[in-house]
Design a protein around this ligand. Sequence first.
Ligand SMILES: Cc1ncc(C[n+]2csc(CCOP(=O)(O)OP(=O)(O)O)c2C)c(N)n1
Length: 334
Amino acid sequence: MEHHFYPTNEEKTISELGEKRLLDVLSNMLLIRNFEVRAESAYQMGHIGGFFHAYIGQEAVQLGAVEAIGEKNWWITTYRCHALALLLGATPSEIMAELYGRATGNAMGRGGSMHLYTDRLLGGFGIVGGQVPIATGAAFQVKYKKIKDEISVCFLGDGAVPQGAVHEAWNLAALWDLRCLFVIENNQWGMGTHVERAVSVKRLAEDKAPGYGMKGYTLDGMDFLHCYQAFKELGAQMLKDNRPILVEVLTERFRGHSISDPGLYRTKDELKLLQERDPIEIYKKKLENQGILTEEKYKEMNQAARKIAQEAMKFAEESPWPSADTLEKDVFAP
Ligand SMILES: Cc1ncc(C[n+]2csc(CCOP(=O)(O)OP(=O)(O)O)c2C)c(N)n1
């Protein structure tokens, strides 16, 4: 069965957002992209160690969600968490310093690339599907404390869909009427395993949601304006109905699973074809067609984003290492 994209109206979204916000979104997209491209080069130069999973290609998804739903909710994601941390207020410098393992890092150099936090980001999680019960718990506390205007938003990959705890969490969220928006970012691959070899149905939300008494929708993850409008309406629907919702966002990761993955499971030509649908290029063209962006302005914005990423690298390089006597700090609750 085919996917049905959630219906959105681009003209309406454009006029609702207005010129300034539309350009701010592009700045954010460029910041996320430049941040990761610079961080990749720092990794290649040996400044960063450990795991590193780039979000390159998927930027429109979390950008659309945060822009539409608003920071003041509960957010949680996988190890692919640089973008969400940036969107929820962590500074480029503190994230870069975390990747470098420095004391000035977002988690004081103890977490690295996979474990970033803000007041509203409950973390990047290394265990596939591990964040889904926690997101459900965040939605439970919202209900328990009778908080009227907050929801919990949980990102997971297609590779988490066959994971057992995910289904227990979906069941409880539906059973207890929790306001949890489960967003499956289907980038087709769980490391080197294609989604069609891992999941029993083709439409991850439309087919799975009815089994939990949830609504299920599909979004085009390469199109920011579409994601923004759909997330805005789904967030509002959730506040009104007090029910969880399952969303599948079709997207692509343009890099390997992690920085050490040569990606031998797809050809260079296949990847090139996917990259023609770069979410930044798609959004850029839309702004050009609206007459609010020129090539010159775009280059200027890209340059500004690159400068921020380079300054973050300088900050990280000049930051101290964590001191050994803090090793036991923050390990146990007092
Ligand atoms: C419970 C568990 N099983 C296996 C792994 C190893 N592992 C790490 S990432 C990954 C693939 C997950 O793919 P997906 O959920 O689609 O997310 P993506 O990397 O595409 O963003 C696997 C199997 C793990 N970290 N946790």
